[in-house]
Structures are given as C-alpha cells and as structure tokens.
Design a protein around this ligand. Structure first.
Ligand SMILES: CC(C)(COP(=O)(O)OP(=O)(O)OC[C@H]1O[C@@H](n2cnc3c(N)ncnc32)[C@H](O)[C@@H]1OP(=O)(O)O)[C@@H](O)C(=O)NCCC(=O)NCCS
Length: 220
C-alpha cells in the first residue's frame, strides 16, 4: 500500500461503537475533547494545516475546528485521517492514522468521561484491522514515557516498545508476518531478518535480539 492516496474511509461498526470519518458535524465534540487539559497533556504540539500553532488546550471552537480542517485536508491529500468514535450516537473521541502505507502510525484521543471502559481499545482494534486489511504490515505509535494509559492501551493492542524515540516519544510497533494465498512468506521491510527458515514448511523467526518472543508459522 506504499504511496497510498486519498483512502476511501468507511464507517466501521463494533460491538458498542460506530467509527465515522471525522467531519464538521463533530465540531462540538472536538471542542470538548481538545479543551480538556488531560487529553492535551501528552498529545504534543498541535499545528493547523498551514503549520500555524494551535494552542492547546483550545479555548475556542474556532481553534478545535482548525484540527477538523487539518484532518479533512489530510484525507484529501491521502496521507492520514481520523474517525470520530461514537457511543450511543454521542462523540467520545477520535482514532486514526498519522501516516498510511506499509507502516501506519495510529493515534487515539478519548474524552476523559469515557476513560476506563475499553472504548478506545475496541475502536483501535477495529482501526488496526481495517488498515491491515488494506495491506499495512506494521502499526506504530509514538508515546511519551509518562503516558501510562496510552502505553497500557498500546500493549493491550499488541504493540511492543522499541528503543527508538522521536521528540521525546517512544516508538511502539506491531509487526505482522503474513502468508500470501500462494503460501509464500511476506515479511514487512522493517521486520528483523529470520535466523532460521525451513523450506519444508516450518518457519521459525527468532526475535530474541529485539526482546520479542520466538514466532513459528506453519505454511500451508
Ligand atoms: C490513551 C487513552 C485513549 C486510553 O484510554 P482508556 O480508556 O484507558 O483505554 P481503553 O479503551 O483501552 O480502556 C482500558 C480501561 O478500560 C477498562 N475496561 C472496562 N471495561 C472494559 C472492556 N469491556 N474492555 C476492555 N477494557 C475495559 C480496563 O480495565 C482499562 O482500565 P484500567 O486502565 O483502569 O485497567 C486515554 O487515556 C486518552 O485519551 N488520553 C489522552 C490522549 C492521549 O494521551 N492519547 C495518546 C497520545 S500517544
């Protein structure tokens, strides 16, 4: 999916949630989300699509609307987007991708009123399933070391800490090793090299050097 352009973003449904492409209809919800200091604490610097700083927590709907504008324009340019996460038709937060391609960067923000109920785990799992079905092989997230709830969520989703940092945020990854319909192995570019490969159909990857458990796949 490298070089993805203008993805057609579907509405996703999970057991409790509806994920709708973020739109101007979410203006009030986005203000509630981005005016909350607890949401902004570990969310880094926010800029509009013209690169101008959006002061957070926002103090006006005009400023949170600049964030909606950012993601609507990102969709048009094809490199990222946000879903509005809806519970009982009410806006609870957003989940989406800061980048799309073989590697996609997930990002999630939930109104504190909804914390501690597994809402974002449910939403993020659906988001990851969707992007993997489009061909993404690596999910990454950048999380500040003091953001305990986000680290816990990333780990619940199967992401693992790496030694890499960017702007003070640690990189977490979820790697997918997949078999094509022909039974050939597809290893994502950033996957560590296989230490043992058995042509008889048993593949064993040793991730010990990366602090990950060994993985075995039986080819069809
Ligand atoms: C990161 C963030 C989305 C995590 O929200 P969350 O509600 O803790 O995450 P989840 O949806 O995974 O919910 C997990 C919690 O729900 C509980 N839970 C309750 N019912 C549940 C269910 N049915 N299924 C799963 N978990 C459930 C879990 O026990 C867990 O609570 P705990 O942490 O007290 O053990 C939230 O803290 C947030 O929006 N932070 C501000 C923005 C931010 O920092 N974003 C990340 C930037 S890197």
């Amino acid at each position: 999916m490298a070089g993805a352009t203008n993805p057609t973003i579907p509405t996703l449904r999970t057991t409790r949630l509806v994920l709708e492409p973020l739109s101007w209809a979410d203006s009030a919800g986005m203000y509630t989300l981005w005016s909350d200091p607890a949401v902004c604490e570990f969310s880094g610097v926010v800029r509009d699509y013209d690169g101008q700083l959006v002061p957070t927590p926002v103090v006006s709907i005009a400023d949170s609307d600049r964030i909606i504008d950012f993601w609507i324009r990102a969709v048009a340019d094809g490199w990222g987007f946000r879903w509005a996460v809806k519970l009982d038709a009410g806006f609870a937060g957003t989940v989406g991708f800061n980048s799309l391609g073989d590697c996609a960067e997930i990002a999630y923000h939930l109104c504190p009123a909804y914390w501690g109920a597994g809402i974002m785990r449910e939403a993020s799992a659906a988001a990851i399933n969707w992007v993997q079905a489009r061909g993404t092989t690596t999910i990454e997230a950048f999380i500040e070391p003091d953001n305990g709830p986000s680290i816990a969520l990333a780990e619940r989703l199967g992401l693992t800490a790496t030694p890499a940092f960017s702007d003070g945020a640690q990189r977490y990854v979820l790697l997918e090793v997949a078999l094509s319909s022909r039974g050939t192995l597809r290893v994502p570019p950033r996957t560590p090299p296989a230490s043992r490969l058995c042509r008889a159909g048993l593949l064993s990857l040793d991730f010990a050097d990366w602090g990950l458990p060994a993985l075995e796949l039986i080819c069809p």
